[in-house]
Design a protein around this ligand. Sequence first.
Ligand code: ARG
Length: 580
Amino acid sequence: MNIQALLVSRFSAALAQLDAAGAAVPVSKSTRPEFGEYQFNGAMGLAKIKRCPPREVAQQILDVVELDDIAARCEIAGPGFINIHLAPAWLAQQAQITLADERLAIPKQPQQHIVVDYSAPNLAKEMHVGHLRSTIIGDAVAKALEFMGHHVIRQNHMGDWGTQFGMLLAHLNDRLQANEVAETALSDLEDFYRAAKVRFDEEEGFADRARQYVVKLQGGDAQCLALWQNFIDVSITHSEEIYSKLGVSLQRTDVMGESAYNPDLPNVISELQAQGVVVEDAGAQVAFLDELADKNGKPAVYIVQKSGGGYLYATTDLAAIRYRKTQLNASRTLIFTDARQALHFKQTEIVARKAGFLADTDRYQHCPFGMMLGKDGKPFKTRTGGTVKLVDLLDESIERADALLQTRENDFSTDTLALMAQQIGISAVKYADLSKSRTTDYIFDWDTMLSFEGNTAPYLQYAYTRIQSIFSKAGITPAELSASAVPIQIEADQEKALVTKLLQYQDTLEQMVDDATPHLLCTYIYELASLFMKFYEACPILKDTVSESDRQSRLALCLLTSRTMKNGLDILGIATLDKM
Ligand code: ARG
């Protein structure tokens, strides 16, 4: 149920009756319960057009709008707002329908083929904290799109090609010659990279050998390619360890690294030339983009092939667009990288559209994100100023969650505690990230993310377990409760507020998949949990004084809350526990 959309359609019909079809239909959630649950704010604008006092126009709208089934009452407030107080009986009926449905009565959207390009680490190095955001935000959006009925194609556009591999392969070759196996040599990619770089900078003759490796690799030398493949395989395995630790759904089959597009790059260039999108400029192939001209009118320069013939990150992205359109049949693409790449994707999109690689109706959305900062407000670093390896960060979070659990009294077995520490620790890091507005930088802070209070994973996980414990105290399982289909009734204000929120889930998901903003879903679940706590305080369930019908109805609300929370947390990739 999307209440907002329903109200919009009812008000549109009313406006049509008043000869104002096509006028804006601004419906929004009310900010305070005394103003009802929703507001229609279009009377003022219409009054200007009709040259009529806005409150009079509001009254005319109220006279014709069909809301008898939905609203208990409407009132005109202030300069001409219409406040809508939803009818408890209608809300109860909608809640009942939602509870009876496996998908929480959320309809699937018309199916699209959607590419979600995320994680995409550089395989020359170990995954670091910068890839956390891309990986988990992308995964949450991919899952949400899937739930909304789309055919989602995950694409891990890994950085597996480039001149840096020359130095790495020369170094790897030497280590293998010294009888090491690749897995051991590459067990710490960060160290390996550093050692290769030192040799490159300092060792006589090494840099030349590294360059020869680049030439051989690009020339398709079989031995060199085998060495490269070995390196890539080990490095992907490292990334997969992180994915499994994070509970992220990326698979090996989703890997479509930069190198995969190599054979197609010459075709991309000739196609761009044929379309007149690029011209030769000092030996290079260049698109001049008037759309992004500077303030003196000088067009932006977008290079697709260097003067020596070399290809660039840009060329590969254009090839990816073509592949996704022609082979994957994608009509929408979402790409998750940090905000510093925004210009690159803007330029790439312009060029791709000019070349006809994208249809007019295709969406190409770069979804940028801000940086993760330390408590000092500077980019997040180790104490010695190095980049933080993602695996170390995750392990530390698990340790901290474990320490936290040790301070709480419990009778869990050691194994259970270890599992809980993992679920809480990983969720805390993920949720702290997902809950921040995507586009802004955020400060990484262990203490707040592992707190049991506020908008945190532990708080939500705990709220969820509390609902489960209500069921066990009531001696009923969620399955039995579902099957019993008792009538839901809404009496207390807290019940009404809770149900209204529950019915806003669809609307939240629709917005999240449109804007690729998991934080909207986080805020929603947090507010839902908070309204649940208020309901639980105000409306006793298990006390003897509570009538059987009230108890059943309230248990049904517990169940609907629990299922909605679980659905949302699953999409976000946050583990739910039955006990904590
Ligand atoms: N490998 C790149 C990086 O680490 C991200 C790739 C994003 N996807 C793309 N199609 N360019 O910054």
